[in-house]
Design a binder for this molecule. Structure first.
Ligand code: GDG
Length: 457
């Protein structure tokens, strides 16, 4: 392989992102790109009046980025529309929120063609191309139409939905058929991968070969399970940095002897924040004696604010946290500290370390990197307890967590009590199991596994 070209919807050069705006994907890819030559291609996040295909090259912190600007209509139909209002809810089982509009689908296809048209001249014969996520499903097939014979892989960062849900998407079969342009498709878990296989076999008539490859109309793809990890050594080092120590100390001081429960999530309905608040409220009701002994810190930087559902969830959560605080707060204690802003990663690391419980309760999540970051930030001598939703991809690897059903307020309440009462020996032994996984299957392992599979085709 001469080079690796990564293509994703948004490209954010490391170091250039404001605190809290860098998602798990951006952080993981920057780490991957430092290891390879090549570049990272995608949308700059900027608007232009007229799409020209002009590429802006930049080199920052060891990573070369190549970005294009998009027109307002592209952003509205492709990004806010098909990606965030159609595919995201559908792939997180929120068919009630999925919006099906022809304009969105058309914009999605147009932007994928624009990506293909623009990146195609930059591709050399030996390059391997690694496409990221649901924004770019048709990109592989658009590149093939333009004569690209390179190895092309796709990694899906979100779950793959059940067949009966996906069938509600207009022209779902055509969209999924384009995925056979790839050589390798990666999923976080066996469950998402098997769900994909089931769809293509049952719905499209694809053939599952004995070696696990899947064939359709003369094309064969390899579907692999390849769970993403964090840059564990980097995160551990960061949690010991001066800034993290300072943030840890400030948090401990502000805890005032109370146990802190922490949640850190982009403000998104898939993260189960409402259910989390209700589960915590149940705990306060069932265990009045514990009330002033704990508090919940929920950090939730806003995301996708131009999409109405996201404005709605923000309003709902403000109402809910206000109601709970109003009902249970006292002059010297507030049950929920709800913060709508992002913090630098090293500050976050200190906050994770100061928390006795990491409460990670998505209703549906491809993986969930916050759970892994929480583990990596703990003090090995006195670690906190991770409470994790069974419906996060991370639950497959993180068996040392207290696993719960996030829809059940009772289970959440029981888990909080269990975690608060857990003795140090059990906390240490659970944490050791968690940390073994977070260390062994980190971001380096992830990208190696994917790239190896891509190179083997
Ligand atoms: C998608 C999939 C999958 C959050 N608040 C702040 C902040 N963050 C960072 C966290 C973490 C990242 O954002 C969130 O990652 P997640 O994995 O939890 O979730 P998504 O953004 O939904 O990512 C997900 C992931 O892709 C990777 O494949 O795991 O399932 O949905 O790194 O730390 N970062 C900073 N300040 C904040 O306030 N700096």
């Amino acid at each position: 392989m001469s080079r690796l070209i990564i293509v994703s919807n948004r490209v954010q050069a490391p170091g250039s992102a404001p605190a809290g705006s860098q998602g798990g994907l951006a952080v993981a890819l920057a780490a991957a790109l430092r290891e390879y030559s090549g570049f990272w291609f995608g949308w700059s996040g900027e608007r232009t009046d007229q799409f020209t295909g002009h590429i802006n090259f930049q080199r920052d912190s060891g990573v070369t980025t190549a970005t294009i600007d998009l027109e307002d209509q592209d952003i509205e139909e492709y990004y806010n529309g098909y990606a965030n209002r159609t595919l995201w809810p559908l792939f997180h089982d929120r068919i009630d929120l999925a919006e099906y509009e022809r304009g969105f689908a058309g914009g999605y296809q147009r932007v994928n063609e624009r990506f293909a048209e623009t990146v195609r001249p930059l591709i050399e014969p030996d390059d391997a191309i690694w496409v990221q996520d649901y924004h770019l499903f048709p990109l592989g097939s658009e590149l093939r139409k333009r004569g690209c014979k390179n190895r092309i892989g796709l990694f899906l960062h979100i779950p793959w939905p059940a067949r009966r849900l996906l069938s509600s998407l207009p022209k779902a079969e055509d969209l999924v058929r384009t995925l056979f342009a790839y050589d390798v498709i990666g999923f976080h878990t066996d469950e998402w991968r098997e769900s994909f296989s089931e769809y293509v076999v049952q719905q499209l008539g694809a053939v599952l070969e004995a070696d696990g490859n899947i064939s359709l109309a003369g094309r064969t793809i390899k579907a692999i399970t390849c769970p993403i990890g964090i840059d564990t050594p980097e995160f551990v080092a960061m949690s010991r940095s001066i800034t993290a120590r300072l943030s840890h100390r400030q948090m401990r001081d502000s805890c005032n002897g109370r146990d802190m429960i922490v949640g850190v999530d982009r403000l998104d309905y898939s993260k189960g924040l409402e259910e989390r608040f209700l589960g915590y409220e149940r705990f306060l009701v069932e265990h009045p004696e514990e009330r002033k002994e704990v508090f919940l810190l929920q950090i939730a930087p806003p995301s996708r604010e131009s999409v109405e559902t996201y404005q709605q969830i923000r309003t709902d959560l403000e109402g809910l946290s206000g109601r709970i605080n109003g009902a249970y707060a006292d002059v010297d204690w507030v049950p929920i500290r709800y913060v709508n802003q992002g913090y630098p990663r090293d500050v976050l690391a200190g906050i994770y370390r100061a928390a006795r419980i990491g409460l990670v309760t998505p209703l549906r999540d491809g993986m969930n990197l916050v759970a892994k970051e929480y583990v990596a930030a703990q003090d090995p001598e006195d670690p906190g307890v991770l409470i994790l939703s069974r419906f996060a991809g991370a639950a497959v690897q993180l068996k040392g967590a207290v696993l719960i059903n996030p829809y059940s307020a009772e289970e959440m309440s029981d888990a909080i009590l269990l975690a608060l009462r857990m003795d140090k020996a059990e906390r240490i032994s659970r944490w050791r199991r968690l940390m073994d996984s977070v260390e062994a299957e980190d971001v380096v392992w992830w990208r190696q596994r994917f790239v190896d599979a891509l190179m083997a085709t």
